[in-house]
Design a protein around this ligand. Structure first.
Ligand SMILES: O=P(O)(O)OC[C@H]1O[C@H](OP(=O)(O)OP(=O)(O)O)[C@H](O)[C@@H]1O
Ligand SMILES: O=C(O)c1cc(=O)[nH]c(=O)[nH]1
Ligand SMILES: [Mg+2]
Length: 197
């Protein structure tokens, strides 16, 4: 079990608590960004955080009878792998092909396999819901969800029981409601949804 302060200290020490002007996956804007990739680049830190998250999932009675971890790339890949290790389960990921989550690389879900969807960060819950729908469409039954961070203050709604390691309430702004003080800061989009190369 890790306190919220201990989790935030891990993020701070990793240089993962960013301030500025960010365009989020959902198209909303924010002055804060949790760069989980920086947290997960340290295997020992990833292990500590994911062990704590696995403990919360077990304590909530959600770990029994799960067959498979599924996660949405890119952000979900490393955390999904480590959660698979912590829960003793195989882990696969969905990746966007023309914007839609698909299984590639020989990954498949056997009919009726019980899945837990694991994310790095939940903001609106859109990516999580898309991943859950994709897993169900691929034949799975998604029975739970988990993430390192829920930054929605609990407002993001998922169709299954949801366990975040830490819950924060960080404001987001729709594109037409960005405060003038934020508009003046050049915006960056760290995530890969909609990225053109
Ligand atoms: O709850 P939401 O509003 O969907 O926001 C959270 C999502 O945004 C980020 O991914 P992003 O789409 O930026 O791409 P990436 O994981 O490929 O970097 C993050 O990894 C979550 O998947
Ligand atoms: O909503 C997002 O795109 C998002 C927010 C955040 O804090 N961190 C992240 O990786 N993605
Ligand atoms: Mg993501």
């Amino acid at each position: 079990m890790l306190t919220d302060e201990a989790v935030l200290t891990e993020f701070r020490d990793a240089g993962a608590l960013l301030e500025g002007h960010f365009v989020l996956s959902s198209g909303n804007h924010s002055t804060a960004y949790l760069q989980c990739a920086r947290v997960l680049m340290d295997a020992k830190r990833a292990e500590r955080l994911c062990a704590a998250l696995a403990g919360k999932i077990r304590a909530a009675g959600l770990a029994d009878g799960i067959d498979l971890v599924v996660s949405p790339a890119m952000g979900g890949v490393v955390v999904g792998y480590e959660m698979g290790r912590q829960l003793g389960l195989p882990a696969i990921f969905f990746e966007r092909v023309d914007g839609v989550f698909a299984l590639r690389r020989g990954f498949r879900i056997e009919p009726g396999q019980r899945c837990i969807m694991v994310e790095d960060v939940v903001t609106t819950g859109l990516s999580s819901r898309e991943c859950i729908e994709a897993a169900e469409a691929a034949g799975g039954t998604v029975v739970a969800a988990a993430s390192l961070v829920d930054r929605s203050g609990g407002r993001a709604k998922l169709p299954v029981p949801f366990v975040p390691l830490i819950r924060l309430d960080i404001p987001i702004f729709p594109p037409d409601q960005i405060p003038a003080s934020v508009k003046g800061i050049p915006a960056v989009k760290p995530g890969s949804r909609g990225l053109k190369v």
